[in-house]
Design a protein around this ligand. Structure first.
Ligand SMILES: Nc1ncnc2c1ncn2[C@@H]1O[C@H](COP(=O)(O)OP(=O)(O)OP(=O)(O)O)[C@@H](O)[C@H]1O
Ligand SMILES: [Mg+2]
Length: 208
């Protein structure tokens, strides 16, 4: 069976990390090989870039930030994602290019056309087979983040930033419905988990 590239995206606190365990259990139960990874990160260079970008002390304008995101992504694709897929292993990434459109494009108002140029340059036509967009209202995100203590460089942004970020996620998902599943992540955890498992089952043509 052809391996799939699956991404998990959504604003801060949407439940991406929480649901990785759900996904891991589903792959195990179906005896399907899978590699879990994340962006920015997933490689030594990528993790160094992640640290730099999430550090509240870092000063970077939006173009620098976007270039660094794609630099990390280039390495991630070359070193991790493409080799895994080529060897028959499914890949699940906690965030991918949608996050750049949403945060740098939506949140920081960089023209989406600029991001599309880098997307083509780095990815050519490569796209996820399935993107699970975990969607939550801003109020829920804020409430979840408030319980988490210290905030990274992005989490310190204001409400309007995250509203714009969420809207770009939703508009991309609505524009390409065959690639995206929008999941209401304000639902109880086990409801969200079941919805994710059903989406995986549909992709792989298996029972949930
Ligand atoms: N469906 C849910 N109902 C209630 N709380 C949830 C739900 N999903 C996740 N949470 C809680 O919300 C918080 C944020 O979840 P999580 O860290 O998985 O989000 P995330 O999308 O990975 O965020 P980030 O983008 O900041 O990494 C955690 O404390 C988690 O336990
Ligand atoms: Mg997370």
């Amino acid at each position: 069976m052809k391996p799939f590239f699956i991404t998990l995206d959504g604003i801060d606190g949407a439940g991406k990390s929480t649901n990785l365990a759900t996904m891991r259990a589903w792959f195990e139960a179906h005896a399907l090989p899978v590699l879990f990874t994340r962006e920015p990160g997933g490689t030594p260079i990528g993790e160094a870039i992640r640290q730099l970008l999430l550090d509240p002390a870092t000063e970077a304008n939006v173009r620098t930030e976007t270039l660094l995101m794609f630099a990390a992504r280039q390495q991630h694709l070359d070193e991790v994602i493409r080799p895994a897929l080529a060897s028959g292993v499914n890949v699940v990434s906690d965030r991918f290019t949608d996050a750049t459109f949403a945060y740098q494009g939506g949140g920081r108002c960089l023209p989406l056309a600029d991001i599309e140029i880098l997307e083509k340059w780095v990815q050519h036509s490569f796209q996820p087979d399935l993107t699970l967009l975990l969607d939550i209202p801003l109020a829920v995100s804020m409430q979840r983040l408030a319980q988490n203590g210290s905030q990274d460089r992005f989490e310190q942004e204001d409400r309007a930033f995250f509203e714009r970020t969420r809207q770009i996620y939703l508009s991309r998902a609505q524009a390409y419905p065959s690639q995206y599943r929008i999941i209401d992540s304000s639902q109880p955890m086990n409801t969200v988990a079941r919805t994710i498992q059903a989406a995986l089952a549909h992709l792989f043509g298996q029972d949930a």
